[in-house]
Design a protein around this ligand. Structure first.
Ligand code: NOJ
Length: 559
Protein backbone atom coordinates (compact mmCIF):
# COMPACT_ATOMS: atom_id res chain seq x y z
CA UNK A 1 0.00 0.00 0.00
CA UNK A 2 1.35 3.43 -0.89
CA UNK A 3 1.94 6.25 1.46
CA UNK A 4 2.68 8.83 -1.14
CA UNK A 5 -0.05 11.25 -0.11
CA UNK A 6 0.81 11.16 3.55
CA UNK A 7 2.09 14.60 4.46
CA UNK A 8 3.50 13.38 7.75
CA UNK A 9 6.18 11.24 6.15
CA UNK A 10 8.27 14.29 5.31
CA UNK A 11 7.14 16.23 8.34
CA UNK A 12 8.75 17.22 11.60
CA UNK A 13 6.25 17.66 14.42
CA UNK A 14 6.73 19.95 17.41
CA UNK A 15 5.05 19.18 20.72
CA UNK A 16 3.67 21.98 22.85
CA UNK A 17 2.88 21.50 26.52
CA UNK A 18 0.58 24.51 26.67
CA UNK A 19 0.76 25.19 30.38
CA UNK A 20 4.50 25.81 30.08
CA UNK A 21 4.81 27.34 26.62
CA UNK A 22 3.99 31.06 26.72
CA UNK A 23 1.70 33.06 29.00
CA UNK A 24 -0.03 36.14 27.61
CA UNK A 25 -2.39 37.08 30.46
CA UNK A 26 -0.02 37.05 33.40
CA UNK A 27 -1.72 34.21 35.31
CA UNK A 28 1.51 32.20 35.29
CA UNK A 29 0.21 29.53 32.92
CA UNK A 30 0.75 29.30 29.20
CA UNK A 31 -2.30 29.79 26.98
CA UNK A 32 -3.65 29.48 23.43
CA UNK A 33 -2.88 33.11 22.68
CA UNK A 34 0.67 32.35 23.70
CA UNK A 35 0.92 29.63 21.08
CA UNK A 36 -0.64 32.03 18.58
CA UNK A 37 1.99 34.65 19.33
CA UNK A 38 4.80 32.18 18.83
CA UNK A 39 3.60 30.82 15.49
CA UNK A 40 6.24 32.82 13.65
CA UNK A 41 8.93 31.30 15.83
CA UNK A 42 7.61 27.84 14.99
CA UNK A 43 7.27 28.60 11.29
CA UNK A 44 10.82 29.89 11.26
CA UNK A 45 12.03 26.69 12.87
CA UNK A 46 10.37 24.96 9.94
CA UNK A 47 8.13 22.48 11.73
CA UNK A 48 5.14 21.15 9.83
CA UNK A 49 2.71 20.43 12.64
CA UNK A 50 2.11 21.07 16.31
CA UNK A 51 0.98 18.37 18.69
CA UNK A 52 -0.60 20.23 21.56
CA UNK A 53 -1.12 18.41 24.88
CA UNK A 54 -4.73 18.47 26.16
CA UNK A 55 -6.40 21.84 26.66
CA UNK A 56 -9.95 20.64 27.39
CA UNK A 57 -11.75 21.54 30.60
CA UNK A 58 -10.02 19.75 33.44
CA UNK A 59 -9.46 19.94 37.20
CA UNK A 60 -5.76 19.56 36.24
CA UNK A 61 -4.94 16.72 38.60
CA UNK A 62 -2.76 15.41 35.78
CA UNK A 63 -2.34 18.67 33.85
CA UNK A 64 -5.22 18.14 31.46
CA UNK A 65 -4.95 14.38 30.99
CA UNK A 66 -8.00 14.29 33.29
CA UNK A 67 -10.73 15.72 31.10
CA UNK A 68 -14.07 16.84 32.55
CA UNK A 69 -15.55 18.18 29.31
CA UNK A 70 -14.34 16.96 25.94
CA UNK A 71 -16.08 19.80 24.10
CA UNK A 72 -14.77 22.84 25.89
CA UNK A 73 -11.34 24.43 26.19
CA UNK A 74 -10.33 25.06 29.79
CA UNK A 75 -10.49 28.77 30.69
CA UNK A 76 -6.92 28.46 31.90
CA UNK A 77 -5.90 28.14 28.25
CA UNK A 78 -8.56 30.35 26.68
CA UNK A 79 -11.72 29.66 24.73
CA UNK A 80 -12.90 27.39 21.94
CA UNK A 81 -12.99 30.44 19.68
CA UNK A 82 -9.34 31.13 20.37
CA UNK A 83 -8.44 27.60 19.44
CA UNK A 84 -10.36 27.87 16.18
CA UNK A 85 -8.42 31.06 15.44
CA UNK A 86 -5.17 29.30 16.25
CA UNK A 87 -6.05 26.46 13.87
CA UNK A 88 -6.69 28.84 11.03
CA UNK A 89 -3.66 31.04 11.76
CA UNK A 90 -1.45 27.94 11.91
CA UNK A 91 -2.90 26.67 8.66
CA UNK A 92 -2.19 29.98 6.99
CA UNK A 93 1.46 29.42 7.91
CA UNK A 94 1.29 25.84 6.63
CA UNK A 95 1.44 24.38 10.12
CA UNK A 96 -0.96 21.59 10.97
CA UNK A 97 -2.59 21.02 14.33
CA UNK A 98 -2.59 17.65 16.09
CA UNK A 99 -4.73 17.50 19.22
CA UNK A 100 -4.31 15.08 22.07
CA UNK A 101 -7.22 12.77 22.86
CA UNK A 102 -7.55 10.89 26.13
CA UNK A 103 -9.92 8.01 25.43
CA UNK A 104 -8.93 5.61 28.20
CA UNK A 105 -10.21 7.66 31.12
CA UNK A 106 -11.89 10.91 32.08
CA UNK A 107 -11.69 13.10 35.14
CA UNK A 108 -13.79 12.04 38.12
CA UNK A 109 -15.45 15.45 37.63
CA UNK A 110 -16.73 14.54 34.19
CA UNK A 111 -20.54 14.54 34.11
CA UNK A 112 -20.52 10.88 33.05
CA UNK A 113 -18.64 9.87 36.17
CA UNK A 114 -20.60 12.15 38.51
CA UNK A 115 -23.72 10.31 37.35
CA UNK A 116 -22.13 6.89 37.11
CA UNK A 117 -21.12 6.89 40.76
CA UNK A 118 -24.68 7.69 41.91
CA UNK A 119 -26.25 4.26 41.36
CA UNK A 120 -26.04 0.95 39.53
CA UNK A 121 -28.95 1.79 37.24
CA UNK A 122 -28.61 5.19 35.67
CA UNK A 123 -27.80 5.86 32.01
CA UNK A 124 -24.11 6.25 32.85
CA UNK A 125 -23.74 3.53 35.48
CA UNK A 126 -21.96 1.28 33.00
CA UNK A 127 -19.74 4.01 31.50
CA UNK A 128 -16.89 3.09 33.86
CA UNK A 129 -15.54 -0.18 35.21
CA UNK A 130 -17.25 -1.04 38.48
CA UNK A 131 -16.66 -4.25 40.41
CA UNK A 132 -17.89 -5.65 43.69
CA UNK A 133 -15.43 -5.98 46.56
CA UNK A 134 -14.00 -9.39 47.36
CA UNK A 135 -15.93 -11.12 50.20
CA UNK A 136 -13.53 -9.57 52.73
CA UNK A 137 -14.28 -6.12 51.34
CA UNK A 138 -10.94 -5.74 49.62
CA UNK A 139 -10.19 -4.67 46.04
CA UNK A 140 -11.51 -6.89 43.22
CA UNK A 141 -7.97 -7.87 42.19
CA UNK A 142 -4.31 -6.96 42.73
CA UNK A 143 -3.93 -4.61 39.79
CA UNK A 144 -1.87 -1.50 40.41
CA UNK A 145 -2.07 2.08 39.21
CA UNK A 146 0.79 3.55 37.16
CA UNK A 147 0.88 6.32 39.70
CA UNK A 148 1.29 3.93 42.66
CA UNK A 149 -1.03 1.85 44.84
CA UNK A 150 -4.09 -0.09 43.82
CA UNK A 151 -5.89 0.59 40.54
CA UNK A 152 -9.21 0.32 42.42
CA UNK A 153 -10.98 2.99 44.46
CA UNK A 154 -13.93 2.25 46.71
CA UNK A 155 -17.20 4.18 46.32
CA UNK A 156 -19.57 3.79 49.27
CA UNK A 157 -22.65 4.94 47.36
CA UNK A 158 -22.45 1.98 44.99
CA UNK A 159 -20.60 -0.25 47.45
CA UNK A 160 -18.28 -1.05 44.58
CA UNK A 161 -14.81 -0.26 43.37
CA UNK A 162 -14.01 1.56 40.14
CA UNK A 163 -10.89 1.03 38.07
CA UNK A 164 -8.29 3.74 37.50
CA UNK A 165 -4.99 2.97 35.78
CA UNK A 166 -3.75 6.46 36.68
CA UNK A 167 -4.76 8.71 39.59
CA UNK A 168 -7.97 7.92 41.43
CA UNK A 169 -9.33 11.13 39.91
CA UNK A 170 -8.93 9.51 36.46
CA UNK A 171 -11.49 6.67 36.27
CA UNK A 172 -11.11 4.31 33.29
CA UNK A 173 -13.91 4.27 30.74
CA UNK A 174 -15.67 1.02 29.93
CA UNK A 175 -14.91 0.50 26.26
CA UNK A 176 -17.05 -2.65 26.22
CA UNK A 177 -20.02 -0.28 26.36
CA UNK A 178 -21.09 0.77 22.87
CA UNK A 179 -22.49 4.02 24.29
CA UNK A 180 -19.05 4.98 25.60
CA UNK A 181 -17.43 4.34 22.27
CA UNK A 182 -19.99 6.37 20.37
CA UNK A 183 -19.73 9.21 22.88
CA UNK A 184 -15.96 9.30 22.38
CA UNK A 185 -16.24 9.22 18.59
CA UNK A 186 -18.73 12.05 18.73
CA UNK A 187 -16.33 14.21 20.75
CA UNK A 188 -13.52 13.42 18.32
CA UNK A 189 -15.71 14.36 15.36
CA UNK A 190 -16.53 17.67 17.02
CA UNK A 191 -12.86 18.69 16.84
CA UNK A 192 -12.31 17.10 13.45
CA UNK A 193 -15.10 19.35 12.16
CA UNK A 194 -13.14 22.33 13.44
CA UNK A 195 -10.34 21.51 11.04
CA UNK A 196 -7.70 19.77 13.11
CA UNK A 197 -5.32 17.54 11.19
CA UNK A 198 -4.78 14.62 13.50
CA UNK A 199 -4.79 13.00 16.88
CA UNK A 200 -2.22 11.89 19.34
CA UNK A 201 -4.03 9.09 21.17
CA UNK A 202 -3.16 8.94 24.84
CA UNK A 203 -2.44 5.44 26.25
CA UNK A 204 -4.41 3.93 23.41
CA UNK A 205 -3.14 0.39 24.03
CA UNK A 206 -4.92 0.33 27.39
CA UNK A 207 -8.53 0.91 26.33
CA UNK A 208 -9.51 -2.76 25.99
CA UNK A 209 -9.54 -4.60 29.30
CA UNK A 210 -9.30 -8.28 30.22
CA UNK A 211 -12.86 -8.28 31.48
CA UNK A 212 -12.47 -11.26 33.80
CA UNK A 213 -9.88 -9.18 35.72
CA UNK A 214 -7.68 -12.04 36.97
CA UNK A 215 -5.11 -11.40 39.70
CA UNK A 216 -1.48 -11.16 38.65
CA UNK A 217 0.53 -14.05 40.05
CA UNK A 218 2.80 -12.71 42.75
CA UNK A 219 3.91 -13.47 46.28
CA UNK A 220 3.92 -9.83 47.18
CA UNK A 221 1.16 -7.70 48.63
CA UNK A 222 2.16 -4.82 46.38
CA UNK A 223 -0.31 -4.15 43.55
CA UNK A 224 1.08 -5.04 40.15
CA UNK A 225 1.15 -3.10 36.89
CA UNK A 226 1.79 -5.78 34.29
CA UNK A 227 1.07 -7.22 30.88
CA UNK A 228 -2.68 -7.36 31.39
CA UNK A 229 -2.89 -3.60 31.65
CA UNK A 230 -2.40 -3.23 27.89
CA UNK A 231 -3.25 -4.94 24.63
CA UNK A 232 -6.56 -6.35 25.81
CA UNK A 233 -8.53 -8.77 23.64
CA UNK A 234 -10.65 -6.20 21.78
CA UNK A 235 -8.00 -3.52 21.30
CA UNK A 236 -7.57 -3.88 17.54
CA UNK A 237 -11.30 -4.14 17.01
CA UNK A 238 -11.83 -0.87 18.89
CA UNK A 239 -9.09 0.97 17.03
CA UNK A 240 -10.42 -0.24 13.70
CA UNK A 241 -13.85 0.98 14.67
CA UNK A 242 -12.37 4.37 15.59
CA UNK A 243 -10.60 4.45 12.25
CA UNK A 244 -13.87 3.79 10.42
CA UNK A 245 -15.88 6.22 12.51
CA UNK A 246 -13.44 9.10 12.79
CA UNK A 247 -9.94 8.84 11.32
CA UNK A 248 -10.81 7.81 7.80
CA UNK A 249 -13.81 10.08 7.15
CA UNK A 250 -11.78 13.13 8.18
CA UNK A 251 -8.42 12.03 6.78
CA UNK A 252 -6.74 12.45 10.16
CA UNK A 253 -3.17 11.55 10.98
CA UNK A 254 -2.83 9.45 14.11
CA UNK A 255 -0.04 8.65 16.51
CA UNK A 256 -0.81 6.36 19.42
CA UNK A 257 1.01 6.03 22.68
CA UNK A 258 2.17 2.44 22.84
CA UNK A 259 3.54 1.37 26.17
CA UNK A 260 4.12 -2.38 26.27
CA UNK A 261 4.30 -2.78 22.50
CA UNK A 262 7.38 -4.07 20.83
CA UNK A 263 8.21 -3.64 17.17
CA UNK A 264 6.54 -6.93 16.23
CA UNK A 265 3.29 -5.95 17.94
CA UNK A 266 3.48 -2.54 16.33
CA UNK A 267 3.18 -4.13 12.92
CA UNK A 268 -0.43 -4.98 13.76
CA UNK A 269 -1.30 -1.38 14.67
CA UNK A 270 0.58 0.17 11.79
CA UNK A 271 -0.05 -2.15 8.87
CA UNK A 272 -1.93 0.11 6.47
CA UNK A 273 -4.19 -2.69 5.33
CA UNK A 274 -5.54 -3.09 8.84
CA UNK A 275 -6.67 0.55 9.05
CA UNK A 276 -5.66 1.31 12.61
CA UNK A 277 -3.00 3.94 13.34
CA UNK A 278 -0.36 5.80 11.33
CA UNK A 279 2.37 5.84 13.96
CA UNK A 280 3.08 4.74 17.50
CA UNK A 281 5.25 6.14 20.24
CA UNK A 282 7.21 3.20 21.54
CA UNK A 283 8.44 3.18 25.15
CA UNK A 284 11.09 0.54 24.51
CA UNK A 285 14.01 2.83 23.75
CA UNK A 286 13.11 5.00 26.74
CA UNK A 287 13.33 2.03 29.09
CA UNK A 288 16.92 1.03 28.40
CA UNK A 289 18.11 2.51 31.69
CA UNK A 290 15.15 1.26 33.74
CA UNK A 291 15.47 -2.06 35.53
CA UNK A 292 12.80 -4.40 34.26
CA UNK A 293 10.18 -6.09 36.43
CA UNK A 294 10.68 -4.47 39.79
CA UNK A 295 7.92 -3.17 42.07
CA UNK A 296 9.65 0.21 41.83
CA UNK A 297 8.84 0.43 38.14
CA UNK A 298 10.42 3.40 36.35
CA UNK A 299 12.10 4.65 39.51
CA UNK A 300 14.61 1.80 39.67
CA UNK A 301 17.33 2.85 37.29
CA UNK A 302 20.32 1.06 35.85
CA UNK A 303 23.26 2.32 33.83
CA UNK A 304 22.60 3.63 30.32
CA UNK A 305 23.50 1.04 27.74
CA UNK A 306 24.09 2.35 24.22
CA UNK A 307 24.18 -1.05 22.46
CA UNK A 308 20.74 -1.76 23.92
CA UNK A 309 19.39 1.58 22.71
CA UNK A 310 20.74 0.91 19.23
CA UNK A 311 19.21 -2.57 19.19
CA UNK A 312 15.77 -1.21 20.03
CA UNK A 313 15.92 1.53 17.42
CA UNK A 314 17.23 -0.88 14.78
CA UNK A 315 14.49 -3.35 15.61
CA UNK A 316 11.78 -0.72 15.04
CA UNK A 317 13.52 0.54 11.91
CA UNK A 318 13.75 -2.88 10.32
CA UNK A 319 10.49 -4.44 11.54
CA UNK A 320 8.36 -1.71 10.05
CA UNK A 321 9.92 -1.72 6.58
CA UNK A 322 7.07 -1.89 4.05
CA UNK A 323 4.58 -2.31 6.88
CA UNK A 324 4.30 0.88 8.87
CA UNK A 325 5.92 4.13 9.81
CA UNK A 326 7.99 5.11 12.85
CA UNK A 327 7.41 8.02 15.23
CA UNK A 328 10.84 9.16 16.42
CA UNK A 329 11.34 10.92 19.73
CA UNK A 330 13.63 11.35 22.70
CA UNK A 331 11.62 13.90 24.66
CA UNK A 332 8.05 14.71 25.50
CA UNK A 333 6.16 15.97 28.55
CA UNK A 334 6.59 12.58 30.24
CA UNK A 335 10.33 12.30 29.64
CA UNK A 336 13.32 14.13 31.03
CA UNK A 337 15.62 16.23 28.92
CA UNK A 338 17.72 13.89 26.78
CA UNK A 339 21.02 15.75 27.23
CA UNK A 340 20.66 15.57 31.01
CA UNK A 341 19.67 11.93 30.90
CA UNK A 342 22.08 10.40 28.41
CA UNK A 343 24.15 13.29 27.11
CA UNK A 344 26.22 15.98 28.76
CA UNK A 345 24.32 19.12 29.74
CA UNK A 346 27.37 21.04 31.01
CA UNK A 347 30.64 20.84 29.06
CA UNK A 348 29.10 19.49 25.86
CA UNK A 349 25.57 20.83 25.89
CA UNK A 350 25.64 22.01 22.26
CA UNK A 351 27.49 18.95 21.03
CA UNK A 352 25.34 16.40 22.83
CA UNK A 353 22.04 18.12 21.95
CA UNK A 354 22.99 18.15 18.27
CA UNK A 355 24.39 14.61 18.39
CA UNK A 356 21.12 13.18 19.75
CA UNK A 357 19.19 15.24 17.22
CA UNK A 358 21.28 13.86 14.35
CA UNK A 359 20.72 10.28 15.44
CA UNK A 360 16.99 10.80 15.71
CA UNK A 361 16.36 12.87 12.59
CA UNK A 362 18.62 10.59 10.58
CA UNK A 363 16.31 7.62 11.05
CA UNK A 364 13.33 6.61 8.98
CA UNK A 365 10.10 7.95 10.43
CA UNK A 366 8.61 11.22 11.59
CA UNK A 367 10.70 13.09 14.17
CA UNK A 368 8.96 14.79 17.08
CA UNK A 369 10.65 17.70 18.85
CA UNK A 370 9.48 18.64 22.34
CA UNK A 371 9.39 22.34 23.27
CA UNK A 372 12.79 23.45 24.51
CA UNK A 373 14.61 20.45 23.07
CA UNK A 374 15.56 22.67 20.13
CA UNK A 375 17.52 24.99 22.44
CA UNK A 376 18.99 22.28 24.65
CA UNK A 377 16.93 22.79 27.80
CA UNK A 378 18.06 20.73 30.78
CA UNK A 379 16.69 18.86 33.80
CA UNK A 380 16.04 20.54 37.15
CA UNK A 381 16.73 19.65 40.76
CA UNK A 382 14.13 20.84 43.27
CA UNK A 383 13.29 19.92 46.86
CA UNK A 384 10.70 17.14 46.73
CA UNK A 385 7.90 19.39 48.02
CA UNK A 386 8.25 21.72 45.03
CA UNK A 387 7.45 19.11 42.42
CA UNK A 388 3.97 19.29 40.94
CA UNK A 389 3.62 15.94 39.15
CA UNK A 390 1.01 13.56 40.57
CA UNK A 391 3.15 10.63 39.40
CA UNK A 392 5.98 11.82 41.63
CA UNK A 393 3.87 12.50 44.73
CA UNK A 394 1.78 9.33 44.52
CA UNK A 395 4.75 7.09 43.84
CA UNK A 396 6.71 8.66 46.67
CA UNK A 397 3.92 7.88 49.10
CA UNK A 398 3.66 4.35 47.80
CA UNK A 399 7.26 3.29 47.26
CA UNK A 400 9.15 5.30 49.87
CA UNK A 401 6.64 5.87 52.65
CA UNK A 402 4.39 2.84 52.46
CA UNK A 403 6.24 -0.07 50.85
CA UNK A 404 9.73 1.20 51.67
CA UNK A 405 11.12 -0.49 48.59
CA UNK A 406 13.10 2.67 47.76
CA UNK A 407 14.85 5.07 50.10
CA UNK A 408 14.16 8.80 49.95
CA UNK A 409 17.62 9.28 48.50
CA UNK A 410 17.15 6.71 45.78
CA UNK A 411 13.76 8.11 44.84
CA UNK A 412 14.90 11.71 44.59
CA UNK A 413 17.93 10.63 42.53
CA UNK A 414 15.53 8.94 40.12
CA UNK A 415 13.32 12.05 40.02
CA UNK A 416 16.34 14.17 39.05
CA UNK A 417 17.12 11.68 36.34
CA UNK A 418 13.74 10.80 34.84
CA UNK A 419 10.92 12.65 36.65
CA UNK A 420 8.34 14.12 34.29
CA UNK A 421 8.59 17.60 35.75
CA UNK A 422 12.06 17.92 34.23
CA UNK A 423 10.34 18.60 30.92
CA UNK A 424 7.54 20.73 32.31
CA UNK A 425 9.46 23.80 33.45
CA UNK A 426 8.41 26.95 31.58
CA UNK A 427 9.84 27.47 28.12
CA UNK A 428 12.90 29.70 28.25
CA UNK A 429 12.39 32.52 25.76
CA UNK A 430 14.94 35.13 26.83
CA UNK A 431 17.01 36.52 29.72
CA UNK A 432 14.19 38.57 31.24
CA UNK A 433 12.52 37.69 34.50
CA UNK A 434 10.92 34.23 34.41
CA UNK A 435 12.76 33.61 31.16
CA UNK A 436 10.19 35.76 29.38
CA UNK A 437 7.56 33.06 29.90
CA UNK A 438 5.18 35.14 32.03
CA UNK A 439 4.78 38.54 33.66
CA UNK A 440 3.13 36.84 36.61
CA UNK A 441 4.26 34.10 38.93
CA UNK A 442 5.00 30.95 36.94
CA UNK A 443 2.88 27.94 37.91
CA UNK A 444 6.09 25.89 38.15
CA UNK A 445 9.65 27.08 38.77
CA UNK A 446 11.66 28.30 35.82
CA UNK A 447 14.89 26.38 35.33
CA UNK A 448 17.64 28.47 36.91
CA UNK A 449 19.86 28.06 33.88
CA UNK A 450 17.58 30.30 31.81
CA UNK A 451 20.08 33.17 31.66
CA UNK A 452 22.40 30.93 29.70
CA UNK A 453 19.82 28.72 27.93
CA UNK A 454 17.00 30.52 26.14
CA UNK A 455 15.66 31.12 22.64
CA UNK A 456 17.10 34.65 22.24
CA UNK A 457 20.62 33.61 23.21
CA UNK A 458 20.47 30.45 21.16
CA UNK A 459 19.51 32.36 18.06
CA UNK A 460 22.64 34.49 18.18
CA UNK A 461 25.00 31.88 19.57
CA UNK A 462 27.87 30.74 17.38
CA UNK A 463 26.88 27.27 18.51
CA UNK A 464 23.13 27.52 17.98
CA UNK A 465 21.24 24.32 18.66
CA UNK A 466 18.09 25.64 16.99
CA UNK A 467 20.07 26.52 13.86
CA UNK A 468 21.25 22.95 13.74
CA UNK A 469 17.64 21.78 14.12
CA UNK A 470 16.63 24.05 11.24
CA UNK A 471 19.23 22.39 9.04
CA UNK A 472 17.99 18.94 10.02
CA UNK A 473 14.39 19.93 9.35
CA UNK A 474 15.39 21.34 5.98
CA UNK A 475 17.09 18.05 5.13
CA UNK A 476 13.97 16.12 6.14
CA UNK A 477 11.94 18.24 3.77
CA UNK A 478 14.27 18.08 0.82
CA UNK A 479 16.16 14.79 0.89
CA UNK A 480 14.21 11.71 -0.16
CA UNK A 481 16.94 9.50 1.27
CA UNK A 482 15.82 10.45 4.78
CA UNK A 483 12.23 9.50 4.07
CA UNK A 484 12.74 6.52 1.79
CA UNK A 485 16.25 5.23 2.35
CA UNK A 486 16.89 1.80 3.83
CA UNK A 487 18.43 1.53 7.30
CA UNK A 488 21.42 -0.57 8.34
CA UNK A 489 22.89 -0.40 11.83
CA UNK A 490 26.70 -0.37 12.02
CA UNK A 491 29.06 -1.04 14.95
CA UNK A 492 26.22 -2.74 16.81
CA UNK A 493 28.26 -3.53 19.92
CA UNK A 494 30.19 -0.28 20.18
CA UNK A 495 29.47 1.33 23.55
CA UNK A 496 30.13 4.91 22.49
CA UNK A 497 29.36 5.33 18.82
CA UNK A 498 25.91 5.28 17.25
CA UNK A 499 26.30 4.75 13.51
CA UNK A 500 23.99 3.65 10.73
CA UNK A 501 23.58 3.98 7.01
CA UNK A 502 20.64 5.07 4.93
CA UNK A 503 20.70 4.13 1.27
CA UNK A 504 18.56 5.22 -1.65
CA UNK A 505 19.58 4.02 -5.09
CA UNK A 506 23.29 4.72 -5.48
CA UNK A 507 23.65 7.20 -2.66
CA UNK A 508 24.37 6.26 0.93
CA UNK A 509 24.37 8.48 3.97
CA UNK A 510 26.50 7.46 6.89
CA UNK A 511 24.98 8.96 10.02
CA UNK A 512 27.12 8.82 13.09
CA UNK A 513 27.61 10.25 16.53
CA UNK A 514 30.10 9.79 19.29
CA UNK A 515 27.78 9.67 22.30
CA UNK A 516 30.59 10.02 24.81
CA UNK A 517 32.69 12.83 26.24
CA UNK A 518 35.88 11.15 25.04
CA UNK A 519 37.86 11.71 21.88
CA UNK A 520 37.80 8.45 19.93
CA UNK A 521 39.59 7.17 16.90
CA UNK A 522 37.41 7.63 13.79
CA UNK A 523 36.53 3.96 13.19
CA UNK A 524 38.56 2.79 10.16
CA UNK A 525 35.58 0.76 8.95
CA UNK A 526 33.57 3.97 8.62
CA UNK A 527 36.07 5.91 6.53
CA UNK A 528 34.62 6.63 3.09
CA UNK A 529 36.43 7.72 -0.05
CA UNK A 530 35.06 10.61 -2.08
CA UNK A 531 32.55 11.59 0.49
CA UNK A 532 30.79 14.82 1.27
CA UNK A 533 29.62 16.13 4.64
CA UNK A 534 25.91 16.94 4.74
CA UNK A 535 25.91 18.31 8.27
CA UNK A 536 28.31 18.34 11.22
CA UNK A 537 28.38 19.77 14.71
CA UNK A 538 32.10 20.68 14.83
CA UNK A 539 33.30 23.50 12.59
CA UNK A 540 36.10 21.60 10.84
CA UNK A 541 35.78 18.06 9.64
CA UNK A 542 38.38 15.66 10.98
CA UNK A 543 38.95 12.28 9.34
CA UNK A 544 41.01 10.70 12.08
CA UNK A 545 39.15 11.30 15.35
CA UNK A 546 35.64 11.68 16.65
CA UNK A 547 35.62 14.43 19.24
CA UNK A 548 33.28 14.45 22.27
CA UNK A 549 29.68 14.14 21.06
CA UNK A 550 30.77 14.81 17.54
CA UNK A 551 28.11 13.94 15.01
CA UNK A 552 27.87 14.16 11.29
CA UNK A 553 26.17 12.89 8.17
CA UNK A 554 28.49 11.81 5.36
CA UNK A 555 27.23 11.14 1.86
CA UNK A 556 28.94 8.91 -0.68
CA UNK A 557 28.16 7.03 -3.86
CA UNK A 558 27.80 3.34 -3.22
CA UNK A 559 28.47 2.27 -6.82
C1 NOJ B 1 0.10 9.55 29.09
C2 NOJ B 1 0.31 11.02 29.16
O1 NOJ B 1 1.31 11.38 28.26
C3 NOJ B 1 0.63 11.34 30.59
O2 NOJ B 1 1.09 12.64 30.76
C4 NOJ B 1 -0.58 11.05 31.41
O3 NOJ B 1 -0.28 11.22 32.78
C5 NOJ B 1 -1.08 9.63 31.20
N1 NOJ B 1 -1.06 9.24 29.83
C6 NOJ B 1 -2.47 9.49 31.67
O4 NOJ B 1 -3.35 10.14 30.80
Amino acid sequence: MTYSNDWWRKAVIYQIYPKSFFDTNGDGCGDIKGIYQKLDYLADLGVDALWISPMYTSPMKDNGYDISDYYRIDPLFGTNEELYQLISAAHSKKIKIIMDFVANHTSDQHQWFLESQQSKDNPYSDFYIWKDPKPDGSEPNNWGSHFGGSAWEYCSVRNQYYLHYYAKEQPDLNWENEGVRQAIYQAMRFWAEKGIDGWRMDVITEISKYTDFPDYETNSEIPVVGFMHSNGPRLHEFIQEMHREVFEPYGLMTVGEAQDSDAQMAQMFLDRERKELDMMFTFEHMDVDVEPDTPNRKWQLQAFNLPKLKRVFADWQTSLVNVGWNALYFENHDRPRIISRWGNDTDYRYESATAFATILHGQKGTPFIYQGEEIGMTNIKLPLSEYDDVEISNNYQELVEKNQTLSHKEFIAAVYQIGRDNARTPMQWNRQENAGFTNGTPWFPVNQRYLEINVSCDQVDRQSISEYYKQLIYLRHTEAILTEGSFVLLLEKDEKIFAFERTLENETWLILANLSAETLEFPPSLRREHSRRIIQNYPEANQTVLRPYESTIISYQNK
